[in-house]
Design a protein around this ligand. Structure first.
Ligand code: 13P
Length: 250
């Protein structure tokens, strides 16, 4: 059985003291809890949070990486730099990067490969716009993003990849698909991965749900057969709202 993976994407929130305080609370409150956990603070607080989560059961994640190796790339932060300060995983392909920063599947794929080559795990985000949903092309959009994002990877590399299905219309809106609707999309994503990399890879890969997940709706979403965890935005910014989701048990 796939164990649940609950991840907090802090996006561009928090100050340094708040980031350290929240990380400390999570270390304390998630001690001994069995699921897999990750938090992704803003870049500038990664180093401070790294000191707090060191030796705990919380994985340190980054929200992006440069598509290039170290060098003359003003304003960028490389996979090697992130590894150097204790980052273990990176969120890539988030819809906020696809739509605010024009990241394409091609660029995302370059970043995915870069991360994996540097020994970072990847959480690859995919998901449809509301217009896609209305047009009935959600599965096709997700399949295209899976294909594009994972292009050229080996089966072995897939062991270091998690998918996060985040319907864009559900992010920060308080709206979610029904657990059954979400599960059916997760199944179709798993089927795409099976076609591309084989049934064994598809069976083992974790597919998280993201988009207005909270302690209340989280239980029913996480109870679904193909929803292996959550990528949480707003509700990950306070331990009171994040920890109950983390403590989900079957
Ligand atoms: P919310 O939980 O705030 O809807 O954000 C989800 C998300 O985008 C996580 O990456």
């Amino acid at each position: 059985m796939r164990t649940k993976y609950v991840a907090g994407n802090w996006k561009m929130n928090m100050d340094k003291a708040g980031a350290v305080a929240l990380a400390s609370e999570l270390v304390e409150q998630l001690k001994g809890v069995d699921n897999k956990f990750m938090i992704a603070p803003p870049f500038v607080y990664l180093d401070a949070v790294a000191q707090v989560v060191k030796g705990s059961n919380i994985i340190l994640g980054a929200q992006n990486i440069a598509a290039t190796e170290n060098g003359a790339h003003t304003g960028e932060c490389s996979a090697a730099m992130l590894k150097d300060i204790g980052v273990e995983t990176v969120i890539l392909g988030h819809s906020e990067r696809r739509y605010e920063f024009y990241e394409t599947d091609k660029l995302i794929n370059i970043k995915v490969r870069m991360a994996l080559e540097h020994g970072l795990d990847v959480v690859l985000c995919i998901g449809e716009l509301y217009s896609h949903k209305v047009a009935g092309v959600t599965e096709a959009v997700c399949e295209m993003q899976v294909k594009g994002g994972l292009d050229g990877l080996t089966k072995e590399q897939l062991a270091h990849v998690t998918i996060a299905y985040e319907p864009i219309w559900a992010i920060g809106t308080g709206k979610t698909p029904t657990p059954e609707e979400a599960n059916s999309i997760h199944k179709s994503i798993r089927a795409s991965i099976s076609n591309l990399f084989g049934a064994d890879v598809a069976e083992n890969i974790k597919i998280l749900y993201g988009g207005s997940m909270n302690a209340k709706n989280g239980k029913d979403l996480l109870a679904q057969s193909d929803i292996d965890g959550g990528l949480i935005g707003g509700a990950s910014l306070k331990s009171e709202t994040f920890v109950p989701i983390c403590k989900y048990t079957v």
